[in-house]
Design a protein around this ligand. Structure first.
Ligand SMILES: [Zn+2]
Length: 331
């Protein structure tokens, strides 16, 4: 029997209007509230524990099941998301990267987002990145700048070509020893020199995570340093996973039925082998789709981005192919 599960993926959820970083690609808090209304009308929000049981064949999910997942451990999840979920009696699942919480480090991906949202001119950022590439071309055997621009500027759902290029070249396109210091430099110039203070404002504290856990929310692993796990050696993968499990244990989260949320959706065979050894119950990807718990590999569950789900109660379902899929499967 088919057991459809719509897993919704959230990142930033905050009130944006009139704030310092109003350009941040975040879900406006009002839309989140509207989306919860929509989901509660059309779906049944389930708990992670029910999904784990169903994946093991120890129970079944209700029709039109939905699971709410929040990546990256942002403080706004505690401040804005948690109260809304709590008042509606819904469970959210939260995936904080250990190093951001424990060591007060701002993830590279967040440094890029806030640099872009700082008001810095994208064309200016592109030329700064080109300059850094020119200075390091020989050492890292880089191709022409135009080649990189052609590769990384196209086919983005949400960004114009310059912004798409900046994100991708800094997140993945350049060799790590070149891109990490470049990201740091841009963040320090355009956002802040005080990374620790910024991290304290951006991410939840361990106390806040414990509070979520105590209130029945689910906390899972998002790695330690938020790396592309599919690019690491098996030894480095083990370190990332075990450090993140130590962090969960510190929070008082059980590491028996634990859940992995792959940073950037990156996984490969050696990682999946390791996760099976560590008895990981479920893995959440960023592959887009409605999960089928009876059929999917439990370590490779697809999700829908919040932008793929309506943001108001009045939305008509006809525009959403996945919703018909869920309805048909459970008919
Ligand atoms: Zn993430």
């Amino acid at each position: 029997m088919t057991q459809s599960l719509m897993i919704v993926m959230y990142h930033y959820v905050r009130p944006l209007k009139g704030t310092h970083y109003s350009n941040l690609k975040a879900l406006e808090l009002e839309y989140f509230r509207g989306q919860l209304d929509f989901i509660q009308r059309h779906c049944q929000v389930v708990r992670m524990e029910e999904v784990i049981a169903a994946a093991r064949g120890q129970g079944s999910l209700p029709p039109r099941a939905a699971l709410l997942t929040f990546d990256d451990g942002y403080r706004e999840h505690h401040e804005h998301v948690f109260p809304l979920l709590a008042e509606r009696g819904l469970q959210g699942s939260f995936f904080p990267p250990a190093c951001a919480v424990r060591e007060g480090r701002v993830l590279g991906v967040n440094k890029i987002h806030f640099t872009l949202a700082s008001g810095a001119n994208p064309s200016g950022l592109v030329s700064e990145i080109f300059t850094a590439m020119d200075e390091n071309r020989r050492e890292y055997d880089l191709k022409d700048n135009a080649d990189y621009f052609a590769t990384y500027s196209t086919e983005s759902r949400y960004d114009d070509p310059e912004v798409a290029f900046i994100k991708r070249i800094l997140q993945k396109g350049l060799p790590e020893p070149l891109r990490a210091p470049l990201i740091d430099r841009l963040f320090r110039r355009f956002v802040t020199e005080d990374e620790k203070a910024f991290a304290a404002e951006l991410y939840m504290s361990t106390d806040q995570l414990r509070e979520l856990q105590g209130a029945g929310m689910f906390i899972g692993s998002h790695g330690d340093q938020h790396l592309w796990l599919n690019t690491l050696s098996p030894d480095d993968q083990r370190k990332e996973i075990d450090d993140s499990l130590d962090f969960l244990a510190e929070l008082g989260v059980s590491t028996r039925d634990w859940v992995m949320c792959y940073p950037y959706g990156g996984y490969n065979d050696s990682l999946l082998t390791l996760l099976r050894e560590r008895q990981c119950a479920l893995g959440l990807t960023v592959d887009m789709g409605v999960a089928d718990i009876s059929r999917n590999d439990p370590l490779l569950l697809p999700r829908l981005d919040t932008n793929d789900v309506p943001h108001s109660l009045e939305a008509t379902l006809q525009n959403y192919g996945w919703m018909q899929e869920i309805s048909a499967n459970n008919a």
